[in-house]
Write a protein that binds this ligand. Sequence first.
Ligand code: CP
Ligand code: NVA
Length: 294
Amino acid sequence: MVRHFLCDDDLEKEDVERLLKLAGDLKARPIQPLLPNKTLAMIFAKPSTRTRVSFEVGISQLGGQGLYLGMNDIQLKRGETIADTAKTLSRYVDGIMARLFAHSDIVELAKYSSVPVINGLTDTWHPCQALADYLTIKEKKGKLEGLKLAFVGDGKNNVANSLIRLGAKLGVQVSIGAPKEYWPSKEITKGTKTKVTANPKEAVKGADVVYTDVWVSMGDEAEMAKRKAILKPFQVNGTLMRAAKKDAIFMHCLPAHRGEEVTSEVIDGKQSVVFDQAENRLHAQKALMVMLMR
Ligand code: CP
Ligand code: NVA
């Protein structure tokens, strides 16, 4: 059976642990021809810096090649169905990575694809981001089990959803500090020990990791003014960081908007690990491709 990675629950805990270990090996020895001559198609309906570059460089370091397919360049935009696109691409390539809007679209793509499909972000999930994030936390803190991660800001976006689900699997206590309008949905927190509060200070109290993301995700632009107003008290600044553990690290999936969800003082400060985190996208996704495409 073809294995896809559409959301965090698609990997068992043991798979994630194996993946994090392999990612560490690949970080130490980046050039290993584990996917010789394999091709990864990369469909992008939204812009990207990190996801595009890390997948393209990653597959090439593994001996294969990436094929960038912008939404304006393929027939999908002109009405070719997702099913026909999936069936066609499956005849040429060994894996498909897609960044789309509706999550149901990537589910449809996977349904008709006979090669593994990887979610490079949808409106609901950003599972590759969460893999790299927990790899980073493990490197910085030496463990995952028992740690507390506080996510402050838009608590119902794709990044928050993925951190909640994967964190629960790995024994990380995730706390969401968000205005009620942006609390995670019940389906996301179901079966997890996620704590949700409208008080950002309470969310970060005792946290080992303070995490935030943009207030206006790709696709949410129509709500920009409303979001910026409601989320303003949830900015991660020096005062909020001081309410976390002394040795807490600051994380952000990037791109960041300095002066909105985070101040320059914090993102450019000593506790910030955002570029180690960005680098780990490469190592984690290489491990993922090896696990799914070999
Ligand atoms: N974090 C992340 O996915 O970045 P890009 O949008 O640049 O790919
Ligand atoms: N939540 C953000 C993440 C970008 C990597 C978005 O969807 O735009």
